[in-house]
Design a protein around this ligand. Sequence first.
Ligand code: C5J
Length: 228
Amino acid sequence: MTQTAITLAAQPFDFSCDLASTALVIIDMQRDFIEPGGFGETLGNDVSLLSAIVPACQAVLSAWRAAGGLVVHTRESHRVDLSDCPPAKRNRGNPRLRIGDTGPMGRILVAGEPGNQIIPALSPMPGEIVIDKPGKGAFYATPLHVTLRKKGVTHLIFMGVTTEVCVQTSMREANDRGYDCLLLTDCTESYFPQFKAATVDMIHAQGGIVGWTSPSQGLLSALTPGPA
Ligand code: C5J
């Protein structure tokens, strides 16, 4: 891929990357977290908060694809025998429905089940990377780091849910592995708005201790420049 420099206004200062060495990472935009009747709703959450970001995510994904950028999708997903789901994760909080139980969209957070799929609006295209992750972070017990290293990726742009859980954990894991990371603030959401706000603040605090944050408009403008 040819080099395409991207610079956009962000917090705590401008974010620069090159399209050829940057991946768009879309965290856990799965039916079970986002659609009514899924696992997220059975936990008592208002899933409309999360579904509200889908149009903004679609706009970025389609501009990124049109520019020829690398796309990574993740799913929080366990093996059918739950051998990768520690009892501490399954049992904590004594939920009405545990991981592996049958919920409204099939077995909860189990690979291959309807609720475990990425929502149709953001479905992976052939050739895009799909990472099934048993933890909150996208790097724990997955081939993601090796895959990105092989492709020469140094910068990551994050979207997805939930901001303070799987998105933040993945960004911190990426930061510790040496990636420069940007979070698109209108393309991520939490069931708890105050947690999203706090997470965005803590990511770019202290000179970008985890990375950068910005609304998606700056990236969209950089990807689709108007006539000179
Ligand atoms: C959660 C996630 N919240 N994808 N998963 O359990 O953030």
